[in-house]
Ligand binder design. Structure first.
Ligand code: ACM
Length: 265
C-alpha cells in the first residue's frame, strides 16, 4: 500500500487557489492514501469565529463532496484539513474520505492550539478508527497539536489503528522527538502532513516549518520532506504487519499493559 503526504503552502483565505491546488495534487497521485495539511483549504491563522464562519463548509457542500467524487474515481483515500461548519458549531476538521463513501467521515480536532479557541469549537468526534475493509486498512486520524497528548495515539492504537495520520500546521520542531515514539510504543505507522510558509495577521507572524514525515511501526523514519519546499513524499506500508503487538516470545505491548495502575481522570 502506497501512502503519500503532500506538503504545500496554502494561501490564507484563498479557497479557490487552495482547493484547485489540492485537487491537482490528488489528481496527480498514484497512491492508495494521500494526506494533506490541517486547514488546507483556507490557511491557518483565523482571528475570529466570524471569519471562520465565512470560509467554513459543511460535509454536504462543494469541497467534501468533490473529494468524495475524486476518491471514488481514483480509488484513493483522502485525508485533508478544512474548516467545518455543523449547525452553529465551527470545527477544525479533517475530512477522512474513502472511495466507498459509506466509510467516509470527519475527525474534529480535540485539542485546540493557541488562538484556535477563539475561532473554533472543541472537537466532538473523539478518536475513531475506520476499518476500511476493501483495502484491509484500519485508519486513525488526529490533527496537529493532538500530538502533545500521547493518549490520542494510544486511544487510536487500542481501537485497532494500523496507521495514524495527522494533518498539521506545526510551528515548532519538538514534535520530531515525540512522533517516532508514538509509532514505536503503539506499533503503528504514523504520518504527519505539515505545511510550509508564513502567515501574518496584524503584528503577529506564524512560521510553519515543513519537514513532514512518515514513520514505520518501529519508529524508523521512512520519508521526510524539506523545511521550506512544497513536495509530496511517500512510503510503502503493510498495514497487516502492525497487528501482532508481541515483540518476543513473552511480551506483547498491549497484553502487558497494567491499566489499573495507570492514572485515570
Ligand atoms: C497546531 O495545532 N496547529 C500547532
Amino acid at each position: 500500500m502506497k501512502i503519500q503526504v503532500a506538503q504545500f503552502c496554502p494561501r490564507l483565505l484563498d479557497k479557490t487557489y487552495n482547493i484547485e491546488k489540492i485537487n491537482n495534487i490528488i489528481s496527480d497521485s498514484d497512491a492508495d492514501i494521500i494526506v494533506l495539511p490541517e486547514l488546507a483549504t483556507t490557511g491557518y491563522f483565523f482571528t475570529s469565529r466570524e471569519e471562520v464562519e465565512k470560509y467554513a463548509e459543511t460535509t454536504e457542500e462543494g469541497t467534501y463532496t468533490k473529494w468524495q467524487q475524486i476518491a471514488k474515481e481514483k480509488d484513493i483515500i483522502i485525508v485533508a484539513g478544512f474548516a467545518e461548519k455543523a449547525g452553529d458549531k465551527l470545527f477544525n476538521s479533517a475530512a477522512v474520505i474513502f472511495p466507498d463513501e459509506e466509510y467516509s467521515s470527519v475527525y474534529r480536532k480535540t485539542h485546540l492550539f493557541y488562538k484556535e479557541r477563539f475561532c473554533f469549537d472543541k472537537g466532538d468526534t473523539g478518536f475513531e478508527v475506520i476499518d476500511y475493509e476493501p483495502k484491509d486498512l484500519r485508519l486513525g486520524t488526529m490533527i496537529c497539536y493532538d500530538w502533545r497528548f500521547p493518549e490520542a495515539a494510544r486511544t487510536l492504537a487500542l481501537k485497532g489503528a494500523d496507521l495514524i495520520v495527522s494533518p498539521s500546521n506545526l510551528v515548532t520542531d519538538v514534535w520530531h522527538i515525540s512522533t517516532p515514539s508514538r509509532a514505536l510504543e503503539n506499533k503503528v505507522y504514523f504520518a504527519v502532513a505539515n505545511r510550509v510558509g508564513t502567515e501574518k495577521r496584524e503584528d503577529e507572524e506564524l512560521y510553519f516549518n515543513g519537514k513532514s514525515a512518515i514513520y514505520s511501526y518501529n519508529g524508523q523514519l521512512m520519508s521526510k520532506a524539506e523545511e521550506t519546499t512544497e513536495e509530496v513524499i511517500f512510503a510503502e506500508i503493510n498495514p497487516l504487519s502492525t497487528r501482532n503487538k508481541s515483540f518476543n516470545e513473552y511480551n506483547d505491548i498491549f497484553k502487558d499493559r497494567e491499566s489499573e495502575l495507570y492514572w485515570q481522570d
